[in-house]
Write a protein that binds this ligand. Structure first.
Ligand SMILES: NC(=O)c1ccc[n+]([C@@H]2O[C@H](COP(=O)([O-])OP(=O)(O)OC[C@H]3O[C@@H](n4cnc5c(N)ncnc54)[C@H](O)[C@@H]3O)[C@@H](O)[C@H]2O)c1
Ligand SMILES: C[C@@H](O)[C@H](N)C(=O)O
Length: 343
């Protein structure tokens, strides 16, 4: 089977590898669509993310969906021909975190495209059947692949306990911020404010239903939120840019007694954060890491037409053109590129 392997930073090699054979609990999936995530681009550019270093050639891609072509002997509920979205992180199922239900915090997780585990820029992937979610006819495999970033959004909104009638501020209008907005709407938020520093991203956020967009290079965020909320502040702020000034600004924009959810990964682990403001205003500050138990919800939300993920796709490309696709994905105005495989 054909795969795109990152052999050096900024260098993919198209390699033929042997097709995996499914274990007894696995499905063999012919991959149809894989999203290019910011973390793929980061590994491509720098060969590492923090402590995760690409030491051996690595197949990138973890936002994937495709068609089941074979199933292991223990698999029930899925059969050849079914289309599935693949949840990319499979936990050990035995550790304390897994046993208390926090499987996304498992320290022994096999996460696609995170060294040393290969990802889905490959014609076939063998994957545990219980981490493969059947897609109804109305949901495309491209949408199925984007259940992954949508899951990040759903989990962040769950962490922030976003509820009916809430005003939610989303900082950063990349794929994660835009899908946080979708998840927040689905959770009942009636007002969504979105920030960014790139005009095209803000235009897209407005087209997709943001009530207010704020270009923080031109407008003071605290004043804009104060004006929109009659001086109260946002009920929930979801930080989805990773930019240090934006992380710091969350405390200026959240209401007293509100919640800040940190999703974006700052370049530096240490960001000044005013703890007195957190205490005086009784702000709940939550980290949000990947997701758990979100894929069923993501598929249902797509099937019911409650959320839109296809509208964030800027371009589709073939595996052969993966280098060009990654160059395009790095353009500031681009939100989401997809690698598609022929059926
Ligand atoms: N916690 C998790 O589980 C998790 C999962 C996926 C991604 N992430 C992180 O979430 C962040 C968002 O991911 P993404 O793929 O959308 O990234 P992205 O880089 O595509 O989007 C970030 C957006 O923030 C904007 N931005 C930059 N500076 C800003 C500022 N000062 N104020 C407001 N916006 C600003 C950028 O223009 C861009 O549109 C990244 O840091 C990523 O690493 C975290
Ligand atoms: C969750 C996923 O999208 C993220 N890029 C990660 O590797 O953690």
């Amino acid at each position: 089977m054909r795969t795109a392997v990152l052999v050096e930073p900024t260098e993919f090699e198209l390699q033929d590898r042997s097709e995996p054979s499914p274990g007894p609990d696995d499905v063999l999936v012919a991959i149809r669509d894989v999203g290019i995530c910011g973390s793929d681009v980061h590994y491509y550019e720098h060969g590492r993310i923090g402590d995760y270093v690409v030491e051996d050639p690595l197949v990138l891609g973890h936002e994937s969906a495709g068609e089941v072509v074979a199933v292991g002997e223990n698999v029930t509920g899925l059969e050849a021909g079914d289309r599935v979205a693949l949840e990319p992180g499979v936990p050990c199922r035995r550790c304390a975190h897994c046993k208390r239900g926090d499987y996304h915090l498992c320290e022994d997780v096999t996460f696609m495209a995170t060294p040393p585990h290969d990802g889905a820029f490959a014609e076939y992937v063998s994957w545990p059947a219980d981490f493969a979610y059947e897609l109804p006819d109305s949901v495309s495999t491209a949408e199925g692949a984007l259940c992954e970033p949508l899951s990040v959004g759903i989990h962040a909104c769950r962490r922030g306990d976003v509820g009916t009638g809430d005003t939610v501020l989303v900082t950063g209008a990349g794929p994660i911020g835009l899908l946080v907005m979708e998840a927040a709407r689905a959770a009942g938020a009636t007002d969504v404010i979105v920030t960014d520093v790139v005009a095209e991203k803000l235009s897209l956020a407005a087209e997709r239903g943001a009530d207010v967009t704020v270009d923080v290079t031109e407008t003071d965020l605290e004043s804009a939120v104060e004006e929109y909320t009659d001086g109260v502040g946002a009920d929930v702020v979801v930080e989805a840019s990773g930019a240090e000034p934006s992380i710091r600004s969350t405390l200026d924009a959240v209401r007293r007694g509100g919640t800040v959810v940190l999703v974006g990964l700052a370049d530096e682990a240490t960001v000044p954060f005013d703890v007195l403001e957190v205490i005086d205003n009784e702000i709940d500050v939550h980290g949000s890491f990947r997701y758990k138990n979100t894929y069923d919800a993501a598929v249902d939300l797509l099937a019911d037409g409650v959320v839109d993920v296809a509208g964030i796709i800027d371009f589709e490309s073939s595996l052969d053109a993966i280098d060009d696709a990654f160059q395009r994905a790095m353009e500031p105005a681009v939100v989401k590129g997809m690698i598609t495989f022929e059926s």
